[in-house]
Design a protein around this ligand. Structure first.
Ligand code: SF4
Length: 310
């Protein structure tokens, strides 16, 4: 059993550190080994809290699963995905999360990886009606936009495209550090001679989106025998507002990602007692967030507030 986790980097990890150093410590250090039965109770509790999700995030994750299944099924059978079947799959996933959170708390408590706990239920006892209504209407919208998306249209022209991978946990090494790259889709377009990297988004557009795609492009450039960045197109499919954003990245974009990585890694190393072993400083060295509005949406509030929540 490794005492400390292997150091890795991802945009999500970087964002967590920027949000709250204490949250970062819980998420990437204290929860380590928390899945084991013979480990201290704080690690177990933190690991359990780490696994909490919320309705919007869970919805996004099931939509990604539904799309991945549809793409894989189409590639295997040539059968075009049916909207109603995808809708059913997503609805079932949402209902299961709701039931797990309300009726199987004990099972989740014992096996947090195999059951779902919604933040709204854990810290608020129920999912507000307006959130349920919002997600219901989002379900209609995102699927309509998926079927109308340029990526879906490309998928149907199978003679013109070669799909390489659906969402998988992959990584590359930068300066010896494992950098995780969770790419939704990568395909080669024979007509244009370009590799297309696709990221499905079920949330709003953010400034980070381009950096995320630049990191994917870095991975593809490292992995495939490409002559230049011009051979890659990166694309965000915003399923909520039906917009598609495509970029032709330049070398500066990759440099910018490298700079973010360098600065972020330095910041992470400030919180290590031993950088060789990735051993963290004591928990009290990780400052807490002062804005309680941010704490209100955090999974770890029961560890930070004596009342158990904000
Ligand atoms: S509850 Fe607040 S202070 Fe505690 S980890 Fe979360 S964001 Fe940080």
């Amino acid at each position: 059993m490794a005492k400390y986790p292997e150091l890795s980097w991802s945009i999500a990890r970087h964002k967590t550190l920027m949000t709250c150093a204490r949250k970062y410590a819980y998420h990437y250090y204290t929860s380590h080994n928390g899945w084991l039965h013979d480990i201290d109770s704080l690690s177990q509790q933190t690991y359990r809290l780490k696994k909490i999700t919320n309705l919007e995030m869970h919805f996004g994750s099931i939509v990604h699963d539904a799309i991945e299944r549809a793409v894989t099924h189409y590639r295997k059978t040539g059968k075009v995905p049916e909207e109603e079947k995808m809708k059913d799959f997503i609805r079932r996933g949402l209902n299961l999360a709701y039931r797990d959170s309300h009726e199987r708390e004990y099972m989740w408590w014992r096996r947090p990886k195999d059951y779902t706990m919604l933040h709204e239920v854990y810290y608020g006892n129920n999912v507000p009606d307006e959130k349920i209504t919002k997600i219901r209407s989002r379900l209609e919208i995102v699927l309509k936009n998926f079927f109308a998306s340029p990526t879906f249209r490309d998928m149907l022209k199978s003679q013109e495209t070669d799909f390489i991978e659906s969402e998988k946990f992959r990584y590359l090494r930068i300066d010896g550090v494992k950098v995780f790259v969770v790419m939704d889709l990568l395909y080669y377009h024979f007509e244009t001679g370009k590799w297309v990297i696709v990221d499905w988004k079920t949330g709003k557009q953010t400034d980070e989106d381009r950096n995320q795609l630049a990191l994917y492009a870095l991975y593809v450039k490292h992995t495939l025998p490409l002559e230049s960045l011009n051979d890659i197109v990166v694309r965000n499919e915003y399923l909520l507002d039906g917009e598609t954003t495509e970029y032709q990245l330049r070398e500066e974009d990759l440099h910018q990602v490298q700079e973010i990585f360098d600065r972020s890694l330095q910041e992470m190393q400030r919180y290590m007692e031993d950088t060789e072993q990735n051993a963290p400083l004591p928990l009290t060295a990780f400052p807490m967030q002062q804005d309680e509005r941010i704490c209100a949406s955090c999974n770890y509030q029961e560890l930070c507030f004596s009342s158990g929540h904000v």
